[in-house]
Design a binder for this molecule. Sequence first.
Ligand SMILES: [Zn+2]
Length: 127
Amino acid sequence: MNNLINENGIESMDVRLGDTVVASDGSIGKIVKFCGCEECLSRGFKEVCFQWNSGGECWITSYDKNAGFKLYYQIGEYRWPEHVDQEALANRILSAEGEITSANNKKKNAIRLLAIINGLIDIGEED
Ligand SMILES: [Zn+2]
């Protein structure tokens, strides 16, 4: 367990390896390590490294902490609904829907191509 203690040492925050991190745009990752450098130890805030589910690593730095974790919706058990970027989330949902639609279209095209090859329908015939 690692404590994230604010500058005043009042509020403490417990996060663990494997905890979920959700960015304000809805990107998801999990905590993979904590920084143990002298600076972090003297500040009382160990910078957090997490890995995006989509690949790649990112650090939650002392700067992020001082900015109130504005770029994050969730870190471990802590959530900041006010940090959700509605527009970015809406765009992510739209682009995910776009991917599903294009996958459906590819499947449709493959089925149509197969039907043409098998002589089941004429080329140019609309379904
Ligand atoms: Zn450090």
